[in-house]
Ligand binder design. Structure first.
Ligand SMILES: *Cc1c(COP(=O)(O)O)cnc(C)c1O
Length: 353
C-alpha cells in the first residue's frame, strides 16, 4: 500500500477470485467456467475485419446486441442493459440503489459484501436455513436493496419464481436484484416479472452457460427507468465499457443459441453423474441447479481434499468461511474430466483409511 491511498480504502478487503494458475495444466473445476469453447460462430465473427476496426470506439449503446437479446427474451431493447461482465452491473447496482442499505444471504457470492464495503453501505448478511436454503420470508418488507443469487452460490440451491415475486412485492420501495449467473443450468428465470414490477432487476452473464468468461459480457433486464439509472452511472464512469470484439462475439453467440442449449444439457447430465458418483463415495451433496456441486465428506476435511486434489492436478474451490469449510465447490467439467475427478477423489479417500 502506498501512502497516497485514500484513507477510506486503507482497511478495505478486496474480492479474492478463484485461482487462475498459469504454471501448469490443471483439470480446472474451481471457477465455474464452461468446459466447452464458445460457438463456432463466435470464432468466425471475431475476424480480421473486426480486429482492424479496433481503431474505432465501440458502440456505447451496444445497439445490435441489445436488440438481439431483446428479441430472444421477448422484451423491448429499452429493457436490456449490457456491461463488462455481470460484476460490473452488480457494482453499478450497489452504487445506484444501495442508498438505504442492502441485504443479501450470509452465504452467497462474496462480491456482494465487497461492494457494500467499497461504497460504505450498511449491510445485513441474512443467515441461510440449516439445509443451506434461503428462507424467502426473511427478505419481506426490508425496504433496502436486496441482492440474491438464484441459484445461490456456492450452494447451487434455487428459489422458485413465485417466492421471488413475493420478495419483490413486499419491498415496493427498494430494488430487488436477482443475480441469475447460473439460471440456465436448471432454475427458472424470473425475468418475465419485470413487466409487472418497477423494482426488479434481473442480472445474467455470458460467462458461465455461454462459455465466454474471458470476453466479459454481462446483461440485465428491468423496466426502462432502472436501465436509465444504470446508464447514468455507466456514462459517468466508462461509456465504452464493452469492447468491439466482445460485442460481435456476443451477437454471434446469440445467433447460435441451440449450441448453448446443448451444452447446458450436457452439463446437467454430467452434474447428475457427478452427484451420484460422489454420493456413492459417501459424500453429502447439496442438490444443485447450477454448473457446480457443493459437497462434503466425513472421511476427509474440505481443506485436505482440496489440497490432495491440487497435488493430483485437479483444482476445486475451497472456502475458509466457518459454516462451509468442510464443503468444496466443484465445477462441472466434461464427462471425461469428471470421471477423472471421481477416480482421483476415490483414490484419495482410500489413502485416508
Ligand atoms: C460468476 C458470477 C458472477 C460474475 O459473472 P461475470 O459476468 O463473469 O462478471 C456474478 N454472480 C455470480 C453469483 C457468479 O457466480
Amino acid at each position: 500500500m502506498s501512502r497516497f491511498l485514500n484513507e477510506k480504502y486503507k482497511g478495505f478487503e478486496a474480492y479474492v477470485p478463484g485461482e487462475q494458475p498459469q504454471d501448469k495444466k490443471y483439470i480446472k473445476l474451481n471457477t465455474n467456467e464452461s468446459p466447452y469453447p464458445p460457438s463456432e460462430k463466435v470464432l468466425q465473427a471475431v475476424n480480421s475485419k473486426e480486429v482492424s476496426d479496433l481503431r474505432l470506439y465501440s458502440d456505447p449503446e451496444c445497439k445490435i446486441l441489445r436488440e438481439k437479446m431483446a428479441e430472444l427474451y421477448g422484451l423491448d431493447k429499452d429493457n436490456v442493459y449490457l456491461s463488462n461482465g455481470s460484476d460490473d452491473i452488480l457494482n453499478f447496482s450497489f452504487m445506484a440503489f444501495g442508498g438505504n442499505g442492502v441485504c443479501f444471504p450470509e452465504i452467497s457470492y462474496g462480491f456482494y459484501k465487497v461492494f457494500a464495503e467499497l461504497y460504505g453501505i450498511e449491510y445485513d448478511a441474512i443467515p441461510l436455513k440449516d439445509d443451506f436454503s434461503i428462507d424467502h420470508t426473511d427478505y419481506f418488507g426490508r425496504n433496502k436493496l436486496i441482492v440474491i443469487a438464484n441459484p445461490n452460490a456456492p450452494t447451487g440451491l434455487c428459489l422458485s419464481v413465485d417466492k421471488i415475486e413475493e420478495i419483490v412485492k413486499s419491498n415496493p420501495n427498494s430494488v430487488v436484484v436477482i443475480d441469475e449467473a447460473y439460471i440456465d443450468f436448471g432454475g427458472e428465470s424470473c425475468y418475465k416479472l419485470i413487466k409487472n414490477y418497477e423494482n426488479l432487476l434481473v442480472v445474467g452473464t455470458f460467462s458461465k452457460s455461454r462459455s465466454m468468461a474471458g470476453a466479459r459480457l454481462g446483461f440485465c433486464f428491468a423496466q426502462k427507468e432502472l436501465i436509465d439509472d444504470l446508464n447514468k452511472i455507466k456514462y459517468s464512469t466508462n461509456p465504452y465499457n464493452l469492447n468491439r470484439l466482445t460485442l460481435v462475439a456476443g451477437a454471434a453467440a446469440i445467433d447460435d443459441n441451440g449450441y448453448f442449449m446443448d451444452n447446458c444439457k450436457k452439463i446437467i447430465e454430467t452434474r447428475d453423474y457427478t452427484t451420484k458418483a460422489l454420493e456413492n463415495l459417501g459424500f453429502t451433496v447439496i442438490p444443485s441447479c447450477a454448473n457446480f456441486v457443493f459437497a462434503k465428506s466425513d472421511k476427509i476435511s474440505g481443506q485436505a481434499l482440496y489440497e490432495a486434489l491440487k497435488e493430483n492436478g485437479i483444482l476445486i474451490r475451497h472456502f475458509t468461511t466457518e459454516k462451509i469449510k468442510e464443503f468444496n465447490r466443484i465445477t462441472i467439467g466434461t464427462m471425461e474430466e469428471m470421471t477423472e475427478f471421481i477416480r482421483v477423489t476415490s483414490k484419495i479417500l482410500e489413502e485416508q483409511k
